[in-house]
Design a protein around this ligand. Structure first.
Ligand code: FES
Length: 146
């Protein structure tokens, strides 16, 4: 897996998409076209690793079709930075990602762990994933970091 270091590509003065303007730092990630639908990609901002997922324009994803989601790349159950290698799917219409190691299922929309797969998180990590706001501006993906 290649981790893109894009920490020097901060977008100045962009504060939309947040309920707390000024507390989110928006960062450019990559052109939308660089994200392959249903295949995760990892991005590195300083020491923060993020996993990005672009959903296909497919009726199976309902209102979420074509959207991009960003969650922590750290898998709480294996303590490895592998969530970008997870398997994308849906549960009751909610977009999900299954961890590649032990197959826990997480909501891409909320980060909530929806299936523990008979495991507990490692190192007292929270079971739920941190999510990051995503905006696509002029076909460029941006994420909001806190
Ligand atoms: S080339 Fe694989 S994540 Fe960027």
């Amino acid at each position: 897996m290649t981790v893109h270091d894009v920490s020097d590509t901060q977008v100045p003065g962009v504060t939309w998409g947040s309920d707390k303007p000024g507390e989110v730092r928006w960062e450019r990630v990559c052109p939308l076209a660089d994200l392959f639908p249903e295949r995760g990609a990892a991005a590195l901002f300083g020491d923060v690793q993020i996993a990005l997922f672009r959903l296909p324009d497919d009726a199976a994803y309902g209102v979420h079709a074509g959207r991009v989601y960003a969650v922590q790349n750290l898998d709480p159950f294996s303590a490895a930075n592998v969530m970008s290698r997870g398997i994308v799917g849906t549960r009751g219409g909610e977009p999900t990602v299954a961890a590649p190691v032990y197959k826990q299922v997480f909501s891409l929309a909320t980060g909530a762990c929806l299936a523990l797969a008979d495991k507990a998180p490692k190192d007292d990590l929270p079971a739920d994933l941190v999510t990051y706001p995503v905006e696509v501006r002029e076909d460029v993906v941006h994420v909001g970091l806190r």
